[in-house]
Design a protein around this ligand. Sequence first.
Ligand SMILES: NC(=O)c1ccc[n+]([C@@H]2O[C@H](COP(=O)([O-])OP(=O)(O)OC[C@H]3O[C@@H](n4cnc5c(N)ncnc54)[C@H](O)[C@@H]3O)[C@@H](O)[C@H]2O)c1
Length: 275
Amino acid sequence: MSSAKKTVAITGGASGLGKAMALRYARAGWGVAIADLNDERGEATQQELNDLCGDASYHHVDVRDASAVEGWRDAILERWGHIHVVVNNAGIASHGGIAESSLEDWDFAIDINLMGVVRGCKFFSQTMKQQGYGHIVNIASMAGLIHSPEMNSYNATKAAVVALSETMLFELAPFGIGVTVVCPGFFQTNLAESTRSPDSHAQAHVSKMLATSDITADDIADQVFSAVESKQFMLLPHKSYRNTWYWKRFMPSLYNNKMGQYGVKLAGMRRQPKE
Ligand SMILES: NC(=O)c1ccc[n+]([C@@H]2O[C@H](COP(=O)([O-])OP(=O)(O)OC[C@H]3O[C@@H](n4cnc5c(N)ncnc54)[C@H](O)[C@@H]3O)[C@@H](O)[C@H]2O)c1
C-alpha cells in the first residue's frame, strides 16, 4: 500500500507528550501511528486521532522488545508505504542516589530510556535510508544536559540520548535524514506514575516537580512540529532551563556553586538522625 499522506510514528503515544505530538500531527492531516504499552489509553487515543485525521493506528509495542519495534515499523510500511517522521518518545522516570538505587532499576531505565530509543533509531533509519528521506526525533530531557544530584540513571540515559542524536545528525544527513533532540524541563504528564526509586516519596516528589511547569505538553508538541519542519537539531522548550544550561556552559563557577548548594541541601534532608 502507498498513501499520499505524510506519516509519523510515535512511541509512548498514549499519554503526555507522545499523545500531544500525535494530536498535533493529526490536526495537520498526517497519518499517525502510535505505539505504547497501555492499551486502554492507546485505544482511546487512537479514537481521538481518528476523529481528527481519520487515519491513525495503535499498536501494543514494548520498546524493550526489538522484534516488536521492528514489526511495528513493518506494519506502518505495509499500511502507508513510507515513514516521514519517527518520534522516540516512550520513557519512564527514575530517581535515587548512586549508593541507594538498585542495579535492577538501572537496567530498567537503560532498557527503556536509552535502548528503546536506540531500537527505534536503528529500525526506522534503515527504512529512511532506503527512502532517501525522513526525520528522527528523540525525546531526551534537560536532565541530559544538566545533571542534578539523585537523578543518576535518568540523567545518564538522557545524556546518552543527546550523544546518540548528535552522532546520528552527522551520520545520517548525507542520506537525507534529519535529526532533532528535544530537551524539555518538567511539564505536566503522567510520567510520575512510572517512577522507579529507592525512595518511597519519589513519586509524590516527581508529581510536584511536573506541576511546576509554565508550559504544557501541547506547547512542546507545537515546538517539536516546527523544529522538524525547520530541521532544527536541538530543541530546549523551557526558557528557565535554557538559562541554567547557558550558566553551565558560560559561567561554570556560578553553576557549580548552585548545584553544589543543592547537593548539600539534599544530603541534609537524607542524613539519618544520630542516636
Ligand atoms: N514530563 C516531563 O517533565 C518530562 C521532562 C523531560 C523529558 N520527558 C520525557 O518525555 C517523554 C514522554 O514522557 P511523558 O512525560 O509524556 O510521560 P507519560 O508517562 O505521560 O508518557 C510516557 C508513555 O510512554 C509509555 N511507555 C513507557 N514504557 C514503555 C515501553 N517500555 N514501551 C512502550 N511504551 C512505553 C507509557 O505507557 C506512557 O504512555 C519521556 O521520554 C520522558 O522522559 C518528560
